[in-house]
Every structure is written in structure tokens, then in C-alpha cells.
Design a protein around this ligand. Structure first.
Ligand SMILES: [Zn+2]
Length: 396
């Protein structure tokens, strides 16, 4: 069993390590008291908290006065991968409230796709100006991301994007989002353009197509507003560290993208189990595994009413808080590298975690690669069989 984690997952593009969003993260962490959703609202004049009842739990939300607009969902994941809340933004329904065991491998073998960017999105957000919090439809203006330098278009329509670009004479990239903004300026929307495709323009008047990076399922849902350059950069760093067994570099990223924080056993352990296995499973855990002196509880209410409940389940316990899915992936990689060997499939180049000496994808790692290899094996086998059959006939 792994240590429980707490995922902080932003709805819109978010840089956990620098700029205004990282300052908003600090503000949210200082004010957070266990809420399930944190609204970063520039117009909020004070911090506001509210709750609503969903089934046996109350779902808590808060608004923090911030520099940027965003929404952070806080998801507790126990050592077995059970999540609470078990559904909602960022999580796939097909997971049934439990993170897939091979999510990291899927991520490492993810290919990024490009899609047209957006200038605005519509979102139902709390209005905290009155006495009572009300949800209202709100349009959020998005700014174009940093412009990644592209090289000349070749005849076949291909172009290359690279950072550092050589011209700016930069050291190896650490945070491309921040570096490009600093060295190349922040582009703005080209309002003069009539194009349906969102165009951005920089201070020198250079135009850029605005595109977002996304992944195929499940990453399109896990990252609802796409992936920024930092995500792509860290993806490459993870892949490199995995195949070189570079534990030290993984540990450095874990230090940056996760922190030690505290939560309650109710949030980190009991509610994910309740969500996954129902009240009986949670009551069993409460009775047998956490505190044997509890006796047996017939219902959830019996348990919550017990005099020791508060002391045992609502006292702070240490967990690891992950900054976005990337924080979680770094932590998973760190956990895995100590135990299993990462190799590269000799046929398709996928990263594999498995037995030492493993050379190719299995059925679950890359079904296409697995089936094409099996098909090749079968035809090789047939050829060999035909040869020996011909040989036998020849001996007659
Ligand atoms: Zn393969």
C-alpha cells in the first residue's frame, strides 16, 4: 500500500511553480481548511466558505481572493487508489472512483495532440457578492499562452517547435512557460484579425496561431483545459528519468511538485473506502483496522456519533499533497523506480515497467504493438511449420 495523497487539480491552465498562479496557490493553501473545491476569485472581497449536502457527506467549497480566476478541486486518494470525491471533473466515470494502476505508464506513453485554442470559456461560478452564495454563468477570458518559437515551414508543411531556440542563448529549460514569457514577451490576442482561428500577436507584431495541447483519453478529461508547455516538458523529463533509472532527478521533481501536508483520516482513508466499497467496508475498517476498541457499528451514523470518532478520524494525519496530475505522476514514478525496472519496448518505443529483461509491450501496455508482434510470431511459426512439412514430404 502506498501513502495517501491529496490531489490539487486546477480547471484552467495553472503554473504551480511561478507567476501569479503560484502566488494564488500560496493564498489558497494558507486559507484552506479541508474544502473539496477552492474558487480563486479576483473579485472576492473576503474569503467565503459554504457547503452543500450530497448523500451522507457535506461537500465544502471556499472562495479565496486571488490574482487569477481558477478552480482547484481537492481529491483524496487512499493507498489503494480509491478517490474521494469519486466522480466529477478530472476523473473518468469508467474508473469507478479508483485511479487505474497503470495510469503512470499510460501517461508516459502519451502522444500530445494539437487543437485550436479558445479566447473565452463559459463556466458556472459562485457569485459571492451577496449574503448568500449563488451560482451564475460566467464568461472567463483566457489569455494566449507563451509563443513557442517555430522554425521555417518546410515544403511538406512540417515545422519544428523548440525551446530554447538558440537565438536567446538560454541555458537548458527548466520552466518553459515562464522562460518564454520572460525572453520573448507575453503575446496578446490579435483583435484586428477576422480569422476563425484565434491569432495572437507579440510586441514586435509577429503573429502566432493559438493552439492548445491535449492528450487522448483519459488525459483529455483529466486536463480539461489542455496541457501547457511545462506539462510537456515534465513529461519528457519523466520519460528520460524513467528509462535511465535517474532516481535523484525524480526526487528533485517530487520536492518541487508535491509537499507534505496534513488531512484527516476521514478524508484520506474512510471516505474513499466508503465510496469504493460502501458503508459496510468503511465500517469494517473503522472497527477492525483503525481502532479495535471501537466495537462494531451498525450504521454510519453510529460510527460518526461515537465519542472517539472525532479524535481518531478528524485529527490531522500526514499525507503528500500533489500539485496537479504532474505532482502525482512524479510521486508514482518515485514509488515505482525503487521497485521495478523501466525499459523501452524494442518495437514501439513505449516505456514499460516490469520484470527485468522484459523487451516488448504486453497486451495491456500497447495492444496494437502486442497484437502485431503476435501476428508476426504466428506467421513466422507457420513458415517454419511449412518448411518442416515440406522437408518431411521430401524425405518420402
Ligand atoms: Zn511495444
Amino acid at each position: 500500500m502506498k501513502i495517501p495523497v491529496q490531489l490539487w487539480l486546477p480547471l484552467l491552465n495553472f503554473d504551480f511553480l511561478s507567476g501569479p498562479s503560484s502566488r494564488d496557490l500560496q493564498r489558497a493553501q494558507e486559507k484552506w481548511k479541508g474544502e473539496h473545491r477552492i474558487w480563486l476569485l479576483p473579485e472576492a472581497s473576503a474569503d467565503v466558505r459554504w457547503a452543500c449536502q450530497i448523500g451522507p457527506y457535506s461537500f465544502h467549497e471556499m472562495a479565496v481572493q486571488s490574482e487569477t480566476f481558477n478552480v482547484l478541486s481537492v481529491i483524496h486518494v487512499d493507498g489503494e487508489g480509491n478517490c474521494f470525491p469519486s466522480a466529477g471533473e478530472h476523473l473518468l466515470e469508467s474508473w469507478g472512483g479508483r485511479l487505474p494502476a497503470d495510469l503512470l505508464t499510460q501517461w508516459l506513453n502519451q502522444k500530445f495532440l494539437i487543437m485550436p485554442g479558445k479566447k473565452k470559456i463559459k463556466i458556472s461560478a459562485p457569485d459571492v457578492s451577496g449574503q448568500k452564495v449563488k451560482y451564475k454563468q460566467r464568461t472567463v477570458d483566457l489569455s494566449p499562452g507563451p509563443a513557442l518559437p517555430t522554425s521555417q515551414l518546410s515544403d511538406d508543411g512540417k515545422f519544428k517547435m523548440a525551446w530554447p531556440d538558440g537565438e536567446s542563448r538560454l541555458a537548458r529549460s527548466v520552466n518553459p512557460e515562464e522562460e518564454i514569457k520572460e525572453y520573448r514577451g507575453v503575446p496578446r490576442w490579435d483583435t484586428a484579425s477576422e480569422s476563425n482561428f484565434p491569432l495572437a500577436v507579440d510586441a514586435e507584431g509577429k503573429h502566432y496561431f493559438n493552439v492548445w495541447l491535449t492528450g487522448s483519453s483519459p488525459f483529455d478529461k483529466m486536463f480539461p483545459s489542455g496541457l501547457n508547455l511545462n506539462a510537456v516538458h515534465q513529461h519528457a523529463a519523466m520519460k528520460r528519468a524513467a528509462t535511465k533509472n535517474d532516481v535523484a532527478s525524480v526526487e528533485r521533481w517530487v520536492q518541487k511538485m508535491t509537499i507534505e501536508a496534513s488531512t484527516t483520516l476521514e478524508a484520506s482513508y474512510l471516505t474513499p473506502v466508503f465510496e469504493a466499497g460502501g458503508s459496510e467496508a468503511a465500517l469494517n475498517i473503522a472497527t477492525n483496522r483503525i481502532n479495535a476498541s471501537f466495537g462494531s457499528f451498525k450504521t454510519w451514523q453510529d460510527l460518526v456519533k461515537h465519542e472517539d470518532y472525532r479524535k481518531v478520524f478528524l485529527s490531522p494525519v500526514k499525507i503528500r499533497r500533489c500539485y496537479g496530475w504532474l505532482g502525482y505522476f512524479w510521486l508514482e514514478l518515485n514509488h515505482l523506480l525503487g521497485k521495478r525496472e523501466a525499459t523501452i519496448c524494442e518495437l514501439c518505443g513505449n516505456v514499460l515497467f516490469g520484470k527485468i529483461g522484459k523487451r516488448f509491450c504486453g497486451q495491456y501496455e500497447n495492444p496494437d504493438c502486442f497484437h502485431s508482434r503476435r501476428a508476426a510470431d504466428v506467421s513466422r511459426h507457420r513458415r517454419r511449420w511449412k518448411k518442416s512439412a515440406d522437408g518431411l514430404r521430401g524425405e518420402k
